[in-house]
Write a protein that binds this ligand. Structure first.
Ligand code: PHE
Length: 452
């Protein structure tokens, strides 16, 4: 009986075009846009990295995004089940399974960084002088201590509290409120940053390409980051698209995801680098840029405390909506594939995230000396998911489009509900999906394998 009920139950859908766009943009815009983009752009020379990154997004990110959205909406099922539905009796579902593994691995370390940003909202309100006296020492202490556990757990709990309400009343409703708030805070921060005396050098650093120091490593970073930033290769876009109606405009969704994801990364750069340069700090600090260099810049400007609080609130909102989408992947898989209810599914995922996620928070404290293949646990999860699982899953997804679903069928699905803009957006899709996109992903995989 339960099985029949499950089969007959109508699938949830996003209520509006705006809602589905906000949810998908909420997934794409995350720590990647603010924390990861700014530090890799910083170490790879700023403007030059930006140009290469934009090319990667348009030539490789766009076709993979179209591929994933069409697989999801056509099947009306989350990843794994989507492949089983479109190609019954084959092994293409493995592409989805690897995506689920990738998103689960990310779900085990993303709460740690989400927790730092939530923690820093509170620290900058309640412990401003302690936090800024020596920002490097303060961050070291915060990330090693019990506060980081509490805030990571709080970030995870908040994401789950939203997820338990479902797609429309949970994900969609909250994304519609949080994403515009994020945009508003971003504009305030950019205005503050670019009007600081001496900000021009930071703007120039980000916007004036200087290829003299750009390396092959920088190019590969840009390539990999375009996937990560657009939430590709982990089943997120397949899963979200499965809740989109046939009348939903996928071309508008694609344009918004690409434009807003890139736009927010750019604005984050404009909020961060001018402030860093104006205060005489270095842009190539690495992963600590946002948590160490930036708070130092805030201490030196008028009303810095307020801007610092707003900044970390922004980072946290970005992280929260992405975390929600990462958790939704295994959750929807359990629901669609095994008929497990949302509540039970969330309990299972919470157990996994706590067991396998806790060590990633502890990697900065008690587990500092614990390593897997020479990497600390946190970095291991990040590399394993992003450098290995994600490109393999994305490549299999593309091969599925070419050899099973059909490039023409995928494009047809894309155009359904899309106006003339859809034809324009997908004009190069058939060529890109057969050539540059798979070739570029193979390059990413070979690099991860240490071939060059
Ligand atoms: N795209 C997100 C970001 O830029 C990261 C993310 C990864 C989101 C995996 C969902 C799934 O931070």
């Amino acid at each position: 009986m339960a099985v029949f009920y499950f089969m007959l139950k109508k699938r949830e859908q996003f209520g509006s075009q705006f809602g589905l766009i906000m949810a998908a943009v909420g997934s794409a815009v995350g720590l990647g846009n603010i924390w990861r983009f700014s530090y890799i752009a910083g170490v790879n020379g700023g403007g030059a990295f930006l140009v290469v990154y934009l090319l990667c997004v348009l030539l490789i990110g766009l076709p993979v995004l179209i591929a994933e959205l069409t697989i999801g909406r056509r099947s009306g099922l989350s990843t794994v089940s989507a492949f089983r539905e479109l190609a019954p009796g084959t092994f293409w579902w493995v592409a989805g399974a690897i995506g689920v593994l990738a998103s689960t691995a990310i779900a085990c370390y993303y709460p740690a960084v989400a927790g730092w940003s939530l923690g820093y909202v509170f620290e900058s309100i309640a412990n401003w002088s302690g936090m800024t006296a020596d920002t490097a020492a303060a961050f070291g202490e915060f990330s090693a201590g019990p506060k980081s556990y509490i805030f990571a757990a709080a970030a995870l709990a908040l994401a789950m509290a939203i997820l338990i309400r479902g797609v429309a009343a949970g994900i969609e409703k909250w994304s519609k409120m949080l994403m515009p708030a994020l945009g508003g805070i971003m504009v305030i921060l950019v205005i503050r940053s670019v009007t600081l005396p001496g900000a021009g050098a930071g703007v120039a650093f980000l916007l004036m390409p200087d290829f003299s120091e750009f390396t092959v490593g920088g190019f590969l970073d840009a390539l990999g980051h375009s996937f990560y930033s657009l939430s590709l290769g982990m089943g997120v876009m397949i899963t979200y698209a499965s809740y989109m109606k046939k009348s939903a405009n996928l071309a508008a969704a694609t344009t918004s995801i690409i434009a807003m994801d890139t736009g927010i990364a750019l604005l984050a750069g404009l909020a961060i680098f001018p402030a860093v340069f104006a205060m005489g700090l270095r842009p190539d600090e690495g992963p600590g840029l946002v948590f160490v260099t930036l708070p130092m810049a805030f201490t030196q400007m008028p009303f810095g405390q307020i801007f610092c609080t707003l900044f970390f609130l922004l980072v946290f909102i970005a992280a929260l909506t992405s975390l929600i989408s990462i958790l939704q992947v295994p959750l929807a898989m359990l629901e669609d594939r095994f008929g497990i209810s949302r509540r039970k599914g969330l309990a299972i995922i919470a157990a996994v995230a706590v067991c396998f996620g806790a060590p990633s928070v502890m990697a900065f404290g008690v587990l500092k000396d614990f390593s897997i293949m020479g990497l600390d646990y946190f970095t291991f999860l990040d590399r394993f998911a992003n450098n290995i699982l994600l490109p393999i899953s994305a490549l299999l997804g593309i091969l599925f489009i070419i050899f099973s679903f059909g490039v023409a069928a995928s494009r047809k699905e894309f155009l359904e509900g899309a106006g003339g803009g859809g034809r324009f957006m997908s004009a190069l899709y058939p060529i890109a999906v057969r050539t540059v996109a798979p070739a570029a992903i193979v390059v990413i995989i070979l690099r991860a394998a240490g071939v060059f």
